[in-house]
Design a protein around this ligand. Structure first.
Ligand code: CMP
Length: 138
């Protein structure tokens, strides 16, 4: 039981064969995997996913990067999911991520930062629905 968040393992971490290690950390932290797959975004779909950052200077690079290789999106469930998951992954910039967090252990840079985590319950629902149909979320 609990509420849900959305995550995706990014191309740097999938490419470095860290999908299993990261998924293990997520499960060991008490999250249940509700939905999961391996897929790749086009530049256009990456642009839609990150539309909220359209005006930011890093937007184009981010869309190029996020479409550069496979990703592993997931919907996760746990009490206090959004907040607890953001603690587990650590700060956006891996140089500022606490020791033992997923980004501290696996991220390469602020852009290639291994993993995404939704920042609110509303965005978790929107982002999960971007990748998964209703009958895939159980
Ligand atoms: P994420 O949590 O997926 O949300 C937006 C992403 O933009 C972020 O992780 C980073 O991978 C990427 N990004 C690249 N440069 C920056 C930056 N200067 N500040 C914040 N996010 C950045």
């Amino acid at each position: 039981a609990g509420n849900r968040t959305f995550t995706m393992i990014k191309p740097d971490a999938v490419g470095a064969n860290n999908t299993g290690a990261i998924t293990k950390m997520i499960e060991e932290a008490g999250f249940r995997i509700v939905a999961m797959k391996k897929t790749q975004l086009t530049k256009e779909r990456a642009g839609q996913f990150y539309a909220i950052h359209k005006e930011r200077p890093f937007y184009k690079d981010l869309c190029d990067y996020m479409s550069s290789g496979p990703i592993v999106p997931m919907i996760l469930e746990k009490a206090n999911a959004v907040e607890d998951f953001r603690k587990l992954i650590g700060a956006t910039d891996p140089k500022k991520a606490e020791p033992g967090t997923i980004r501290n252990l696996f991220a390469k840079s602020i852009e290639a930062n291994a993993i995404h985590g939704s920042d609110s319950d509303v965005n978790a629902d929107i982002e999960g629905s971007f990748f998964f149909a209703g009958q895939e979320k159980y």
